[in-house]
Ligand binder design. Structure first.
Ligand code: 5GP
Length: 204
């Protein structure tokens, strides 16, 4: 019987803060055949978060050392804190045929897209989650109650700039309900897994 083998896919997801991307990624993380890449960050740990699960929480100098030693696939300064994706685990998972999910901002996605590493280039499938509009985004941010008015204003301004990047992504989902977004997200994951160029035919 014929069978297929394939290397892993690198799903990169970006969305302005408040779009619901974290909830979306949390749902997708429960998919057993997808590995969530745990980022490093210098931002303070929030209540309920666990080191090594949500992020690797590092000091500024620990983070910079990793950067200097070429351990990061991409890095970005988001709202005054450093964030970055450890490179080695991503490459290992892809080589083993496991799909990887990166939840990173637009600056990071830009770096991943412009990488010279052929394995990353081939594996990449990037997805932008677009908020319905800035008013709705503001309502969602106010609803979640984790930022004050000044921080919300800053995030709305950043969202406006981030949304300008949507055309650079292979896929864009216009965010509606969480259920709808998840259905679309899963459809993209499924379609990417059937791309002929990703498959190797194994004659049994
Ligand atoms: P938060 O601090 O709320 O968890 O995340 C803030 C922003 O940082 C989100 O937009 C998230 O996608 C982004 N982010 C998280 N990890 C990384 C990373 O490793 N690299 C980059 N470039 N952005 C990240």
């Amino acid at each position: 019987m014929n069978n297929f083998n394939r290397s892993g896919i690198l799903f990169v997801v970006s969305a302005p803060s408040g779009t619901g991307k974290t909830t979306l990624c949390t749902s997708v993380r429960q998919t057993p055949d997808l590995v969530y890449s745990i980022s490093c960050t210098t931002r303070p740990i929030r209540t309920g978060e666990k080191d090594g699960v949500d992020y690797f929480f590092l000091t500024q100098s620990e983070f910079q050392k990793k950067m200097k030693e070429g351990e990061m696939l991409e890095t970005a300064d988001v709202y005054g804190h450093l964030y970055g994706t450890p490179k080695e685990p991503v490459l290992e998972h892809l080589a083993a045929g496991r799909d990887v999910l990166l939840d990173i901002d637009v600056q990071g996605a830009r770096q991943v897209r412009s990488t010279q590493d052929p394995k990353i280039k081939e594996a990449l499938a990037d997805i932008f989650i677009m908020p319905p509009d800035l008013e709705e985004l503001k309502r969602r941010l106010q609803g979640r109650g984790t930022e004050d008015d000044q921080q919300i204003a800053k995030r709305i301004q950043a969202a406006d700039a981030e949304m300008a990047d949507w055309k650079s992504y292979r896929y864009t989902i216009l965010s509606s309900s969480m259920e709808e977004d998840l259905i679309k997200f899963r459809a993209i994951i499924r379609a990417e897994r059937y791309l002929s160029r990703r498959l190797d035919l194994q004659h049994g």
